[in-house]
Write a protein that binds this ligand. Structure first.
Ligand code: MEV
Length: 438
């Protein structure tokens, strides 16, 4: 029977591994060997990774791939992508190549505002609270000066603080709703530090405010935290070309293709079941670049899906139209990203990815990420509306099965040749390999 353990975090890495191996594995030595096999031979690199989190026992690999030939605002880039899903990088590279001969991607950062809130409970006269806030607003700025000085030097800081009455939603619930500009940092630490200072100022000043009754003086701060919903931190990516230029091998009739493509996007705009999968395809590109560049993909996911529901119904993040013979396909997504601070200066592969992108500013990174999302969405819709998605997926799936069976070069050629003409399924490939080996 498994036992609970106390003081696990205090054990050495070796001791932790030993405990895990003995507790959960029938062959503990094999489990230990596997875990150690994934350690980095460079002790310095391994130590770095060990210290990212608590209780590290080994490294968990995800491939880092690259998609070259991305023409963005007239300049070529190669985009690094960290992802385990087999067809994603190939699809991005294909979409990049396709659009590179059709004007490339155009991007714009629309705005870059971040948000944080102090959530608090005030029991009393609302007009007095409004007066208190108006009289003390400047204090919230002055008392955070030690935190904001450096950010201000970089052109950022606190943009505004607003008192919000939320009592229609929850009794006695109010907020200090603050907006921030955090330049090249994602800004989580900066924002949370400012908010915690706002919270202190709020409680202290309320306590000393003569117009408040004793009850009104006792403001209760529930929590102070940034919001990962950033609907005013938006980037737009777009591709467009005359319909006839859409012609290529898979697209026999460009006009029919463009119309069907627009219909596919319209379906995702009106039908949430489809919208979720459609947007998942966009996130294949978004997350891969976000992860490779050391940003927080959970924050990005949460914010983007909330944005997709901003009109009360979950909908497509991308849109498409045909106007005067021009096909246009675009998306707008909220992205709070950083290219300084956090993991960006710690993780060697993150540093490498950022260097590959020519050390982008946060705004430039927003554009790369949006382009990766749009490219991915284009590739998925192009397959879905023409050959179907399985053709490409199965090609990659075939490779995975070949690898699983450790096929040699000669077998590999036979298998690939056979499945060019025959339908790929796991059992079909397995029995073909078995037949080949008999
Ligand atoms: C698979 O990871 C993503 C797709 O399902 C996206 C889509 O359906 O648009 C292919």
């Amino acid at each position: 029977m498994n036992k609970a353990i106390s003081g696990f975090s205090k054990l050495s890495k070796e001791e932790k591994i030993k405990w895990i191996a003995n507790q959960y594995f029938s062959t503990p030595t094999e489990a230990i060997a596997l875990l150690k096999n994934y350690w980095n031979s460079d002790e310095k690199i391994q130590k770095l990774h060990d210290e990212f989190i608590e209780n590290t026992i080994t490294n968990f690999y995800i491939p880092l791939g690259v998609a070259p030939n991305f023409l963005i605002n007239g300049k070529y880039s190669t985009i690094p992508m960290a992802i385990e899903e087999s067809s994603v990088v190939a699809a991005a590279a294909k979409a990049a190549k396709f659009w590179s001969t059709r004007g490339g991607f155009k991007t714009t950062v629309i705005n870059t505002e971040k948000i944080g809130q102090v959530h608090f409970i005030y029991k009393g006269d609302v007009s007095k609270l409004n007066l208190f806030f108006a009289q003390h607003k400047s204090k919230f700025f002055s008392e955070t000066e030690s935190i904001t000085t450096n950010m201000q030097k970089r052109g950022g800081g606190i943009l505004d603080i607003v008192l919000k009455d939320k009592t229609d939603l929850l009794p006695n619930y109010f907020q200090l709703h603050a907006t921030f500009e955090t330049k090249d940092s994602m800004g989580a630490n900066f924002i949370n530090s400012c908010l915690e200072q706002f919270s202190k100022t709020l409680k202290e000043e309320a306590h000393n405010y003569n117009l408040f009754t004793e009850t009104e003086k006792e403001i209760e701060v529930v929590m102070s935290i940034l919001s990962n919903y950033v609907p005013n931190c938006i980037v737009r990516a777009e591709v467009s070309c005359p319909i006839e230029e859409l012609e290529e091998k898979h697209i026999l009739n460009p006009k029919e293709f463009a119309e069907r493509f627009v219909q596919a996007v319209q379906i995702a705009e009106v039908e949430p079941y489809r919208a979720v999968t459609h947007n998942k395809g966009i996130m294949n590109g978004v997350d891969a670049v976000v992860l490779a560049t050391g940003n927080d993909f959970r924050a990005v996911e949460a914010g983007i899906h909330a944005y997709a529901s901003r009109n009360g119904k979950y909908s497509s993040l991308s849109h498409a139209k045909i106007e005067n013979g021009i096909f246009t396909f675009w998306l707008e997504i909220p992205l709070a990203l950083g290219t300084v601070g956090g993991l960006t200066s710690l993780h060697p592969l993150v540093k490498l990815s950022l260097e590959m992108l020519e050390k982008p500013s946060a705004k430039e990174l927003m554009q790369f990420v949006a382009v990766a999302g749009l490219a991915q969405n284009f590739a998925a819709l192009r397959s879905l509306t023409t050959t179907g998605i399985q053709e490409g997926h199965m090609k990659m799936h075939l490779n995975n099965i070949i690898n699983q069976f450790e096929a040699n070069d000669e077998e590999r050629i036979f298998i690939q040749k056979y499945f060019k003409k025959n339908t790929v399924s796991h059992s079909a490939v397995v029995s073909f390999i078995e037949g080949l080996r008999k």
